[in-house]
Write a protein that binds this ligand. Structure first.
Ligand SMILES: [Zn+2]
Length: 171
């Protein structure tokens, strides 16, 4: 049995997360223009709404000819346009961590072909697989050898960061 490789946190990379504790994010997805066209005149008031140039609603109302507001408005079409910013609301599963950090680079060795390389070069994949009792299961590996393709070619242990204090846990 190979001993796991310890992947250490880079102490210089630890910084406070500006989004610590946040669970809701607004993701900008674009703009939408809305145009409202209104026709006044001849005792009618028509209103049409366009989204991105496509008519999405319209209504016509018969108004009393003596209505003061109608009389004060010039007869004809009046148009106004507005642009809305559209956002998606995203909820994270748990509050975001208090600190951000990166792991230091280090070498690992494939137990099958013996090649040595940076753990950052390890590949990931999932597939249907069979265990020792020939029962199928969904096999996910984050440690696939970039040289020979062996799955679970080494074991990694990652250093933990105390999310309350930002201190690296002594192992
Ligand atoms: Zn290998």
């Amino acid at each position: 049995m190979n001993t796991p490789y310890l992947i250490r946190i880079d102490p210089a990379s630890i910084k406070k997360n500006p989004h610590a504790g946040q669970t809701v994010f607004q993701q900008y997805i674009g703009t939408e223009t809305e145009e409202v066209k209104v026709f006044y005149g001849n005792g009618w008031w028509h209103r049409e709404v366009y989204h991105e140039g496509v008519k999405v609603s319209f209504s016509s109302v018969k108004v009393k000819p003596d209505q003061q507001v109608m009389e004060a408005l010039p007869v004809g079409w009046h148009s106004s346009q507005s642009t809305k910013q559209l956002y998606n609301t995203i909820h994270t599963r748990r509050p975001l961590a208090n600190y951000l950090f990166e792991y230091l680079d280090s070498q690992v060795k494939c137990r099958d072909c013996g090649a040595e390389f940076s753990w950052k070069k390890l590949e990931k994949d999932s597939r249907d697989d069979y265990d020792d009792r020939n029962e199928s299961y969904w096999h996910t590996s984050n440690e696939i050898c970039p040289e020979c393709g062996e799955w679970d070619c080494c074991q990694l242990e990652t250093e933990e960061l105390d999310q309350a204090t930002g201190l690296v846990e002594q192992i």
